[in-house]
Design a protein around this ligand. Structure first.
Ligand SMILES: [Zn+2]
Ligand SMILES: [Zn+2]
Length: 406
């Protein structure tokens, strides 16, 4: 039995007539047919029913009583079926924020799962960001140091603040037994927790020293290999990329919800798409020339003035008026679209500013109608349609990111 195919043999639910079918998983699949041909019997009463039934069977008898029980569909056998969710036509899509995830409440579970189990990947270098422990830091260092067993200094950071003088801070540290500063930079003291040899035989001492550094350094420790000219290794018990020396916030479930301001992509406010002027609607026929009226919105009597402006400025710039739009150079088309400056400055303002100006007058009904004719939805350029802010998309489960939901 292949894991990637659902095998149905002898399905007879309702009007299905002994149907044999292999359905590949992991892709979109559309079931079509005339009314009464058994589409719903296959999708809802066979596939969904069997998926749900087997899923429910994995729970204890106690838990099962709270779950929707489905009758076993009429079929000789059904193999390879995963847990199923279904959204039928009677379940209206209420808002443009509705997704399969929100309608089935899967999104609620996913945001908890991501907050607990996902792994952060540093946007700077792509490496997984894990919390270091003295043990994991020790393992990483020993692996890095290899057979040379170099000596190293383990430090923890102490920030100089205006509240306490440097002298009294050093005094407090000295009282605790830390009387040496390894480095000082930008108000940050690297205080020596101990000197070690990066040798597996001395692992215990290494872990102890790191424990001290983590504790006093509030989760931060730095290891400076001696006399190798190598950059220091930074470790953190917090979410910190040692490679980029960048710290990240702890995740919360809200971060993984596009219906929450904390999680929603700022570019599209969690809609996954943005509305914008569609160049293909503005110039619907690229075989037309500027003189023939390639730019459609300028052809209505109300905006004839813009067509006149375009032709006048284009002629002055040597942009051919009698060449089809498709044959103009990319730079010439960009000139038409982006313009040269503001209308007030007496230069070509461009199709873009024309629409910006219209947007400012969208309180008028006929302007709104006009705008809607040239607008189109496109995937949000900031999140690529994933609806979530970048900080959320850095988290991945088992290598998978928050892909745009269907
Ligand atoms: Zn990094
Ligand atoms: Zn977005």
């Amino acid at each position: 039995m292949s894991r990637h195919i659902i095998r149905i043999r002898g399905a007879r639910q309702h009007n299905l007539q002994n149907l044999d079918l292999d359905i590949p998983t992991g892709q979109w699949l559309v079931i079509t047919g005339v009314s009464g041909s058994g589409k719903s019997s296959l999708a809802f009463d066979t596939l969904y029913a069997e998926g749900q039934r087997r899923y429910v069977e994995t729970f204890s008898p106690y838990a099962r009583q709270f779950l929707e029980r489905m009758d076993k569909p009429q079929a000789d056998r059904i193999d390879g079926i995963p847990p199923a969710i279904a959204i039928d036509q009677t379940n209206p899509v209420r808002t443009s924020r509705s997704t399969v995830g929100t309608m089935t409440e899967l999104a609620e579970h996913l945001k908890l799962l991501y907050a607990r189990a996902a792994v952060l990947h540093c946007p700077g270098c792509g490496r997984p960001v894990r919390r270091d422990t003295p043990q994991s830091a020790c393992d990483a260092m020993l692996a890095e140091a290899g057979d040379r067993h170099p000596r190293a200094v383990v430090t923890f950071p102490v920030m100089l603040t205006g509240e306490v003088s440097r002298a009294s801070l050093l005094q407090v540290l000295a009282h605790q037994g830390f009387d040496r500063v390894h480095r000082e930079q930008d108000g940050r003291l690297e205080v020596v927790a101990g000197r070690v040899r990066l040798d597996p035989a001395r692992r215990e001492r290494l872990v102890e020293t790191l424990e001290v550094a983590f504790q006093v350094g509030r989760g931060h420790a730095t290891v400076w290999p001696e006399a190798s000219g190598q950059p220091p290794w930074r470790f953190s018990a917090r979410l910190h990329c040692a490679h980029c020396d960048r710290e990240f916030k702890e995740p919360t479930p809200a971060l993984f919800s596009f219906n929450n301001p904390l999680g929603a992509c700022p570019g599209c406010r969690g809609f996954g798409r943005v509305i914008d002027i569609d160049p293909g609607l503005v110039v619907p026929d690229p075989t037309m020339t500027l003189a023939q009226g390639a730019v459609r919105p300028f052809q209505s009597p109300a905006y004839r003035e813009c067509q006149d402006d375009l032709l006048r400025f284009a002629a002055a710039r040597g942009i051919p008026l009698d060449r089809p739009w498709a044959e103009l150079s990319a730079a010439q088309r960009r000139w038409v679209w982006e313009g040269e400056g503001e209308w007030e400055d007496g230069v070509w303002y461009g199709v873009r500013r024309f629409f910006d100006w219209l947007e400012g007058r969208a309180y008028r009904m006929h302007v709104r109608v006009l705008l809607s004719r040239y607008r189109t939805y496109r995937p949000c350029p900031e999140c690529g349609g994933a609806r979530l802010r970048p900080e959320a998309l850095w988290w991945r489960l088992d290598g998978a990111g928050n892909e745009p939901g269907p």
